[in-house]
Design a protein around this ligand. Sequence first.
Ligand SMILES: N[C@@H](CCC(=O)N[C@@H](CS)C(=O)NCC(=O)O)C(=O)O
Length: 212
Amino acid sequence: MPTLYYAPGTCALVTHIALEETGAPYETVRLDFAKGEQKSPEYLAVNPHARVPALVTEEGTITENLAILGYIADIHGAEGSIPRGNAYETARAMQLLSWLSGTVHGIAFAALFRPGRFSLDEAVQKGITEGAHANLTSHFVELDDLCGAGWLAGDRFTAADSYAAVFYRWARGAKFDLGLYPRWSALVGRVIDRPAVLRAIAAEGLKLESFA
Ligand SMILES: N[C@@H](CCC(=O)N[C@@H](CS)C(=O)NCC(=O)O)C(=O)O
């Protein structure tokens, strides 16, 4: 049975939701970032990058959200991961996921939450945080524009929608004015209406109100 390593409310929730959507059994190991457990020797043996998620399978360990989501899609083809069966649909979903994971998360949110990764100079870090606010605001406008009445990547619920929900919660925590993004808000409402999503949120001990 695969084992998901996660920390509550992180980008690993995207993978957690995808696993829960499959209906197949899996185990979880929760890491406490406040205690630095992602840097423990035990976890570094799982993922030397000290990041979640990681999925330990019978064949070996997979790290990086997009790789794990592709693995789940290939094995289960379930909603909540990446569409399979139509090359164009897969590419469009990957286009969105690469932007969400690489640009919005890896650059903009990282600059907001972890400016020390970009400069060791504290005065410079302040400027990086301010720049991150402006950068994220432009990404949020784009994300809101991408949201229609259904799902982000076509007519199926995919990991892109889960990313949108995770980022919404982070943006809320960082005090962005989410009233400016009604379509994004409505999408998140649809995401947290799904039974599998609710189970993953409950399993991580997160409050549903933190997504509203
Ligand atoms: N590129 C990685 C990024 C993973 C990542 O940054 N995860 C964050 C949580 S959202 C983490 O583990 N951070 C640990 C830390 O900041 O110490 C992926 O997509 O899986």
